[in-house]
Design a protein around this ligand. Structure first.
Ligand SMILES: CC(C)(COP(=O)(O)OP(=O)(O)OC[C@H]1O[C@@H](n2cnc3c(N)ncnc32)[C@H](O)[C@@H]1OP(=O)(O)O)[C@@H](O)C(=O)NCCC(=O)NCCS
Length: 200
């Protein structure tokens, strides 16, 4: 189904944990094939991630979720729109930039006081329909309301579509790539960042 419809963005609650975990795992399997080892993707566990998300949300984690608007104008001609009203389409999590002892000195001196997007995932069947853009706007507003003036995020170096999406959001590659591992697989992540300004 290609109909995007209006996207409503709200703060996540612990009740969203399972849907957030499902989107997380589905997007990894769909978008990271060829980037992350098959064994890692096969081993992803929705229940374990849901439990982790539940406790993070209980502790106040800032996560925005996008859902279909439940505007009822098209229900008579599109019953699927009715059944999917309220279903989560994607999420973004945000907070203070995580400081790591193992980060490069340039990163450690640059990022204190910044905001960080920790995770940004849209369900595979809802990608490229504007959900990410709506979530980005909500995260940007939140950062500005909190007084943040800079925002950064780490993205897998080979994740070209996401890098392009972030460029469209005004972020640029700071060329401070870092090595890391997932299940002993060596990977590279890019630091992308921008100064925050309210949209005109
Ligand atoms: C990266 C991601 C979060 C972006 O969310 P999204 O909902 O797909 O983003 P949008 O639809 O708002 O925009 C994506 C692209 O679709 C285009 N688009 C938006 N609405 C569209 C429509 N109705 N028809 C066709 N294209 C459309 C946008 O112009 C944009 O183009 P670009 O990539 O050339 O810049 C999402 O694709 C995703 O979850 N990817 C997999 C996981 C991932 O890599 N996450 C990042 C981890 S760091």
């Amino acid at each position: 189904m290609s109909r995007a419809g209006a996207v409503v963005v709200r703060r996540a609650t612990p009740a969203d944990a399972e849907a957030i975990a499902t989107i997380h795992v589905d997007a990894w399997r769909h978008n990271y094939r060829g980037l992350i080892a098959e064994a890692t993707l096969a081993g992803l566990d929705v229940a374990a991630r849901a439990a982790a998300w539940r406790s993070q949300l209980d502790a106040g984690a800032v996560v925005f979720v996008g859902t279909h608007s439940n505007i009822r104008t098209d229900i008579r001609t599109d019953t699927q729109a009715d059944t999917r009203a309220g279903e989560l389409l994607g999420w973004v999590s945000v907070g203070p930039f995580r400081q790591s002892e193992s980060a490069r000195p340039e990163v450690r001196s640059l990022t204190p006081g910044w905001a960080e997007l920790y995770g940004f995932y849209v369900a595979p069947r809802s990608q490229r329909q504007g959900v990410g853009h709506a979530l980005w706007q909500a995260a940007l507003e939140w950062c500005l309301d909190q007084g943040y003036r800079d925002l950064g995020l780490w993205v897998l170096a080979g994740n070209v579509p996401a890098i392009r999406f972030y460029q469209r959001c005004g972020l640029r590659d700071l060329r401070l790539d870092q090595d890391f591992t997932i299940d002993a697989q060596p990977l590279v992540e890019k630091l992308m960042a921008r100064t925050l300004t309210r949209p005109a």
